[in-house]
Design a protein around this ligand. Structure first.
Ligand code: AMP
Ligand code: ZN
Length: 115
């Protein structure tokens, strides 16, 4: 399945709900988290609906590599020069609330609200 009509991040991909986008290309979108835990808090997601990191298959390896590699570029672009944190919550025990694969990228001066 390429998109899930009930998935909030698929709706962002489709432009059906707004997001403060900081990056997009043919495979990935990045946007500011609506409830930031840190001065800079963005989410990087694939356009394709993959429910979680537990659902990836070897065909996704290149996509995952690009997703991770985008984080340092975005942090530079957003003025984060003192390190950042990447988080992928997976499944119920992993605390995942939105069932569309996403990576949190958090940066900026501490203290942070969370993380
Ligand atoms: P997780 O617990 O890893 O599934 O995190 C989901 C994240 O998505 C949370 O940090 C939410 O604040 C964020 N979020 C949910 N809905 C939206 C939205 N419409 N736009 C931006 N971020 C969102
Ligand atoms: Zn989705």
């Amino acid at each position: 399945m390429n998109a899930d009509p009930d998935c909030i991040f698929c709706k962002i991909v489709a432009g059906q709900i707004p997001a403060k986008k900081v990056f997009e290309d043919e495979e990935l979108i990045a946007f500011h988290d609506i409830h930031p835990w840190a001065p800079v808090h963005v989410l990087i997601i694939p356009r394709v609906h993959i429910a979680s990191l537990a659902d990836v298959v070897p065909d996704h390896d290149a996509l995952l590599g690009r997703l991770l590699g985008l984080a340092p570029r975005l942090m530079k672009q957003l003025g984060v020069h003192n390190g950042f944190r990447t988080v992928v919550n997976t499944g119920r025990d992993g605390g995942q609330e939105v069932q569309h694969l996403h990576m949190h990228v958090l940066g900026g001066p501490r203290p942070w609200l969370r993380g």
